[in-house]
Design a protein around this ligand. Structure first.
Ligand code: ZN
Length: 272
């Protein structure tokens, strides 16, 4: 049976406790959410952290605190964000990679609208990120919010800055960017390099359709409060684990085996 890799993005940079009081914010809450998500079947934790005021931070010390607490509970793969929050500089976004050398991290592949804000990633910035990922042996998740981002990643591949196996994160339904639809997902998939793995991230109400889209296209699933705080229309999710549990159920119904963290370590030859 094919293996389904599930990522949980438990906190994000923009989600607030006002949107869902169950949002994990402190390192302790994040570690507990990571542990519950891992027990439910998530192989990868996509990690953002917050400062003592609940604001997003790229402080390596706060990341380290959260990761140490997670490590005390389980062996889930930690994928640190280098997207950070809107307005962070490239240097701030890279610091946790250089100081903590996680197994995986996200690498944004271009500039895009992000609601009323925007995310800026020029090609020179992306090259610098790719070089640092390589130097520190961090497996990138190549986040693409737009079709042009897939082609930009191909430029980095052609320049020798990225090496297989590739893992893409297709981020669909960000307001101002590409909406989720089966057609749009298919177009992104066709543009990927041969043999690339990809995780589908449907934002907001696209989260559940995107999970079925991932199943239909041999992609992988991401769920969690970064992307969506609801379980169903008007009903808040009780926890990140509740969202992972449903992803596991629907993947199993479609005859996928759920990948463990060690399965993913083998696929990408991660440091462990
Ligand atoms: Zn993120």
């Amino acid at each position: 049976m094919a293996k389904m890799v599930i990522t949980c993005a438990c906190t994000g940079a923009e989600t607030t406790k006002a949107q869902n009081p169950a949002l994990p914010v402190t390192p302790e809450e994040i570690a507990e959410a990571a542990y519950e998500a891992w027990r439910a079947g998530a192989a990868i934790l996509h990690l953002h952290v917050r400062d003592e005021n609940g604001k997003p931070t790229q402080s390596p010390a706060v990341f380290k605190k959260a990761i140490d607490l997670i490590r005390a509970k389980c062996d889930i793969i930690v994928e640190i964000t280098t997207g950070g929050a809107v307005g962070d500089t490239a240097e701030e976004r890279l610091r946790p990679i250089m100081e903590l050398e996680p197994e995986m991290a996200s690498l944004d592949c271009g500039t895009v609208n992000f609601g009323n804000d925007y995310i800026v990633n020029t090609l020179p910035v992306m090259r610098k990120f790719a070089e640092e990922f390589k130097r520190h042996r961090v497996q990138p998740t190549l986040e693409c919010f737009d079709l042009g981002h897939v082609y930009a990643s191909q430029m980095l591949i052609n320049e020798g800055l990225l090496e297989p196996p590739y893992h893409y994160g297709l981020v669909l339904n960000v307001p101002g960017a590409v909406p989720y639809s089966a057609d749009n997902l298919e177009v992104f998939k066709r543009a990927l390099p041969a043999g690339a793995h990809f995780t589908v991230m449907g934002i907001g109400r696209a989260s559940l359709p995107a999970q079925y889209g991932a199943i239909a296209t041999d992609g992988w699933i991401r769920v969690g409060f970064e992307d969506n705080v609801y379980y169903s229309k008007g009903v808040l999710a009780k926890s990140n684990a509740e969202l992972v549990e449903r992803a596991v159920r629907i993947a199993r119904e479609a005859q996928f085996e759920i990948a463990s963290s060690d399965d993913v370590r083998k696929m990408f030859n991660l440091k462990g």
